[in-house]
Design a protein around this ligand. Structure first.
Ligand code: NAD
Ligand code: 3DD
Length: 481
């Protein structure tokens, strides 16, 4: 028997809304900030120039679930200029820049439902508002970051096939909010999500964790539509994840705490693309950087770069600042927190908020939370020692700062736009794709001029010697940092 009553925290869909943002009067500031980004986003500008006239998205609806920042506003305007009808939500409750959301809302380039500091109920309401058009139809294409929009559709279809799942009890508030919404949707239309899923041409996924979820769906033969793994374009993960975090991690920590990093011991959990950028950043500030890793190759890389590689257990008594960058679960547990120095700073830069066991603090009868300022909390433990937790364990660079700068996001979002064009134009099989090397190199070329790079042109003799075309595609393994 499916519970008929709506949970009191349930928020009704209102498809008559053109947008819901924190403060529409911030639009002017948003426009100015977007204008400043144009010069820093040469890839997007070039793509608007090249594909704008043909309007590849004409007649197509695009839903986005991606941090609603100034850089994302520039992506939205690019998709709009290429003809799309767009609805947008953020993929994180803290990552929206309210002036960016206001600018998009006022321009009308997308129906946007996003504001900084959403509750989880509001987050899932925004996601559904962005997934459903006023006539009740869904998107043709999805731009996803972390996979929550893809999850919404897949869980909807799953529960329509087996309605008993709507009575599933969970300790996860995130999951509960989603199930509550799916239950109401099912009662209104038991075919809602199956109908929406049938029309979806595909999704392009921005980040490592979202891509991981896609491959898991594909492995279980549960993927409902084609997917393009944007993260593994070299000009995305070896730039955004690496160089983006190299700049935006420090921004987040400093805006949150104003802490001096030099001389401190910083523990970076995970030495993948993001962890490499984080470690380099902290080293650049003069910190002593220790790394934790599970992968022997990444651990060896960290050691060869001069970082101490330790276990979290070895690190906890020494760390002043802890950064998780693993995409994994409970990498910093309650037992670790209890052994940390007084007023150690803990933050996460991975996509989801489960890298730090926040439930240990939230549920501990003797742990007291003192809010210092938005997204900065001091937790006083039973021992009397305290820890400072940033952005409630959610990604610190977007929760406490404004994320990566425009130039590196221009690389990521050029890939996103090219992926969306591929999904719009080609009827693909339902599996996970990556973009061809040629497109990766095209994205790189679009960004060289801004850095006054003079690219060397090979002679035909050299190309013949290497056995590759004179203007590429070039070797594919140069970038394994
Ligand atoms: P990655 O797979 O390249 O690196 C993750 C690393 O963590 C791997 O080397 C893995 O071996 C290691 N790891 C896994 N579990 C571990 C554990 N228990 N202890 C220590 N190390 C462990 O992934 P990535 O591209 O570096 O991304 C990491 C996370 O950051 C993902 O969730 C991704 O979605 C997210 N991300 C965030 C931003 C941002 O702006 N905040 C940008 C890009 C990616
Ligand atoms: N991400 C980081 N900075 C961002 C920004 N300024 N705008 C939008 C998204 C931003 C997150 C991305 O790095 C995303 O690609 C990811 O998480 O991988």
């Amino acid at each position: 028997m499916i519970e008929s009553s709506k949970d009191p925290s349930y928020i009704d869909l209102d498809l008559s809304l053109k947008y819901r943002v924190k403060d529409i009067s911030l639009a002017e500031e948003g426009y100015k900030d977007m204008q400043l980004s144009e010069k820093e986003m040469p890839g997007l500008m070039a793509i608007r120039k090249k594909y704008g006239p043909e309007k590849p998205f004409k007649g197509l609806k695009i839903m986005g679930s991606l941090h609603m920042t100034i850089q994302t506003a520039m992506l939205i305007d690019t998709l709009y200029e290429l003809g799309a009808d767009i609805r947008w939500a953020s993929c994180n409750i803290f990552s929206t820049q309210d002036h960016a959301a206001a600018a998009i809302a006022q321009k009308g380039s997308a129906a946007v439902f996003a504001w900084k500091g959403e509750t989880l109920d509001e987050f899932w309401w925004c996601t559904e508002q962005a997934l459903v058009w006023p006539d009740g139809s869904g998107p043709d294409l999805i731009v996803d970051d972390g996979g929550d929009a893809t999850l919404y559709v897949h869980q909807g279809v799953k529960m329509e096939k087996d309605p008993s799942l709507l009575d599933h009890k969970t300790n996860s508030l995130d999951e509960k909010c989603l199930i509550d919404r799916l239950r109401v949707g099912f009662q209104e239309d038991p075919k809602k999500w199956s109908t929406i899923a049938k029309k979806i041409r595909g999704v392009s996924e921005e980040t490592t964790t979202g891509v991981h979820r896609l491959y898991q769906l594909a492995e279980k033969k549960e993927l409902l539509f084609p997917a393009i793994n944007v993260n593994d374009s070299v000009t995305k993960s070896k730039f955004d994840n690496l160089y983006g975090c190299r700049e935006s991690l420090a921004d987040g920590i400093k805006r949150g705490t104003d802490i001096m990093i030099a001389g401190k011991t910083v523990i970076v959990a995970g030495y993948g693309d993001v962890g490499k950028g984080c470690a380099a950043s902290m080293k650049g500030y003069g910190a002593i950087v220790w790394v934790t890793e599970i992968d022997p190759i990444c651990a060896l890389q960290a050691a060869m770069e001069g970082y101490r590689v330790v276990t979290m257990e070895e690190a906890v008594p020494h760390g002043d600042i802890f950064v998780t960058a693993t995409g994994n679960y409970h990498v910093i547990k309650g037992e670790h927190i209890e052994l940390m120095k007084d007023e150690a700073i803990i933050c996460n830069i991975g996509h989801f908020d489960n890298e730090i066991e926040m439930s240990y603090l939230d549920n501990h009868p003797k742990a007291v939370k003192i809010n210092i300022k938005p997204q900065v909390d001091k937790w006083v433990l039973e021992s009397g020692r305290s820890v400072i937790v940033l952005a409630e364990g959610r990604l610190v660079n977007l929760g406490c700062a404004t994320g990566h700068p425009s130039f590196v996001m221009s690389n990521s979002f050029s890939n996103q736009t090219l992926a969306q064009i591929k999904l719009a134009k080609e009827d693909l099989e339902t599996k996970v794709y990556t973009l061809p090397k040629e497109l990766d190199e095209e994205v790189a070329r679009l960004h060289l001029k801004n850095l006054s790079v003079s690219l060397t042109q090979m002679t035909q003799e050299q190309a013949d010697y290497l056995g590759i075309p004179i203007n590429g595609p070039f070797k594919t393994d140069n970038y394994k940092y």
